[in-house]
Design a protein around this ligand. Structure first.
Ligand code: ATP
Ligand code: MG
Length: 555
């Protein structure tokens, strides 16, 4: 086995470990896993972990399991299981074999617990939560042994059996590992292995009322599946000691080729929260319309916003893998999608804030059909038919009665611009309503300028976009801005003061006729406006703005 597929990839400390393990013959295949807890939707931070776990395994010709870490029935739901499966597939990854659930291994975990009890390495403890805390000590002070620590193996087997058959109340007792109450790692001070929960589990229903803790279940799940590199985020660094302790004390798993845990820094993204609990708060408090609101950093939200799987995989590659916690600049994500869409999104014209324009020297009743390229650099994307007539819509911002400054390259009275894919026009006068708002702009056009410069050599610099009035169709545009006013919302527990009141602005305008049946989620570049994709909302033609053409925030 070699790392032949990895030559082009930037290396990272995890790849270095893998290269070394393979060269030493510790493993002959790389097996990873992605272990989400089905208690929320996946977000952009999970995408980093998915790309790392699935991507690394793929690069080494290995595989990655999708395993639901479903050991806490109280917060989990099948709705989340399904959304997670969808999101992983959408990102472009396939899990090995069937989906795994930690709950598939509940019997195995139970047997492992019995083994530890029999080895006098686990005991049933009846200390209250409060007392347990007091006995644990502090970072400066060692803990004290629980009075239940020295119960005999028989007593413990008996008590654990009673826990299992529901003889004790929730919280009355737990099974604890017997490790070291004086350890400088607090997590090693006899951590809990099992607790009682009388709750129906989405997979195992009412079969169990004892549930293993993550630290106990995770390493065993990895070992059962033959995982080689168990990659997780830095907050589990100390817990790695429990991971190792557990596997080293179980006969079946204590072998050199057992799994090992490696930690990397989690993604924290500017203007976004990657805490599932806080994302749920946003949904529950109606700050957003749901988990898939296009302002959410969830994969379903990003997808609805118009992000492509390729752009998210590219983003993960750009940010890399390290052990340093930081706040990632949102512009990295935005430039990933911009770069992808610039290549693949067909061009189209949409007028978002429309004002009518009448070309007085153009024949009445005439409608011309013109060809417009779908991509300026890629002829293979072909052309589309657009229309032109005496009445068109342009964007209000593309006209000024008097140019505000010398740099103004758009339309003004007595000034010419080119209409994208069509003719050169010159504004002559305007009509206004009682409040002084312009309702119609009157122009003339130069019939000899279709697809060519004026023959008399005069230069016309500005280009604006338009749609023909009778053929264009009405559409709604949802223009998104940052959901938060603060770039690090994770610092806030109460979001109410930092929610951006203008994070969604809805506008009504017009698009080209050919977008009438635009595919949901397919991206377009609305020329001069940005990248948009059709929302899935039933019949109405609604376009979500994915991102602008340039980084408006850094200008
Ligand atoms: P939360 O703390 O919000 O509940 P979690 O980390 O518990 O999130 P899990 O469903 O357990 O969420 O995560 C599944 C995997 O994704 C874990 O391996 C976890 O380390 C990883 N992960 C979660 N959040 C991030 C993040 N922001 N960046 C990178 N990886 C992450
Ligand atoms: Mg978790």
């Amino acid at each position: 086995m070699n790392s032949k597929n990895t030559v082009d990839k930037p290396t990272n400390f995890i790849r270095n470990v893998i290269d070394e393990d393979l060269s030493k013959g510790k493993y002959n295949k790389v097996i990873t896993r992605f272990p989400p807890e089905p208690n929320g939707y996946l977000h952009i931070g999970h995408a980093k972990s998915i790309c790392l776990n699935f991507g690394t395994a793929l690069d080494y010709d290995g595989y990655c399991n999708l395993r639901f870490d479903d050991t806490n029935p109280s917060k989990e739901d099948i709705e989340y299981v399904n959304s997670i499966k969808n999101d992983v597939k959408w990102l472009g990854y396939n899990w090995n074999d069937e989906i795994k659930f930690s709950s598939n291994y509940f019997h195995k975990f139970y047997e492992c617990a019995l083994e530890l009890i029999k080895k006098e390495l686990a005991y049933v403890c009846f200390l209250s939560a409060d007392k347990t805390r007091k006995y644990r000590g502090t970072l400066k002070k060692p803990g004290r042994n629980s009075p239940y620590r020295d119960s005999t193996v028989e007593e413990n087997l008996n008590l654990f059996e009673k826990m299992k058959i529901g003889k004790f109340k929730e919280g009355e007792c737990v099974l604890r590992a017997k490790i070291d109450m004086a350890s400088s790692f607090m997590c090693l001070r006899d951590p809990t292995l099992y607790r009682i929960r009388f709750e129906t589990h989405h997979q195992t229903k009412d079969d169990w009322c004892i549930y293993p803790m993550y630290d106990f279940a995770h390493c065993i799940g990895d070992a059962i599946e033959g995982v080689t590199h168990s990659i997780c985020t830095l907050e589990f660094q100390d817990n790695r000691r429990i991971y190792d302790w557990t596997l080293e004390n179980l006969d079946l798993f204590n072998k050199p080729e057992r799994p090992y845990q490696y930690e990397f820094s989690r993604l924290n993204l500017e203007y976004a929260t990657t805490s599932k609990r806080k994302l749920k708060l946003l949904v529950d408090n109606n700050y957003v319309s749901g988990w898939d609101d296009p302002r959410m950093p969830t994969l379903s939200g990003l997808r609805r916003r118009g992000y492509t799987p390729a752009s998210i995989r590219d983003f993960s590659e750009r940010i890399g893998v390290s052990k340093v916690n930081s706040l990632t600049d949102i512009s990295i994500l935005e430039s990933s999608i911009r770069d992808d869409l610039n290549n693949i999104a067909p061009r189209s014209m949409a007028v978002i804030d429309a004002v009518k324009l009448i070309i007085e020297n153009y024949p009445e009743e005439k409608i011309e059909s013109l060809l417009a390229p779908n991509h300026p650099q890629n002829e293979d994307m072909g052309n589309r038919e657009i229309y032109f007539s005496r009445e068109i819509y342009i964007d209000r911002d593309d006209f000024a009665e008097v140019p505000p400054n010398k740099k103004f390259k758009r339309l003004a009275i007595n000034k010419e611009v080119r209409l994208r894919n069509a003719y050169i026009i010159k504004a002559t006068r305007v009509k206004k309503d009682a409040e002084g708002n312009i309702t119609t702009i009157f122009c003339t056009y130069d019939p000899n300028t279709l697809g060519k410069n004026p023959t008399d050599g005069r230069k016309v610099k500005g280009v604006i976009h338009f749609v023909e009035c009778s053929k264009s169709i009405q559409a709604e545009f949802k223009i998104y801005d940052r959901l938060f006013l603060n770039n690090n919302p994770s610092k806030f527990e109460d979001f109410s003061s930092i929610i951006n009141p203008d994070s969604l602005i809805i506008k009504k305008g017009y698009v080209e006729h050919n977008l009438k049946s635009a595919e949901v989620e397919k991206s377009y570049q609305f020329e001069r406006e940005g990248y948009f994709c059709r929302d899935r909302s039933d019949n109405a033609l609604v376009f979500n703005k994915t991102v602008g053409l340039r980084d408006a925030w850094n200008q």
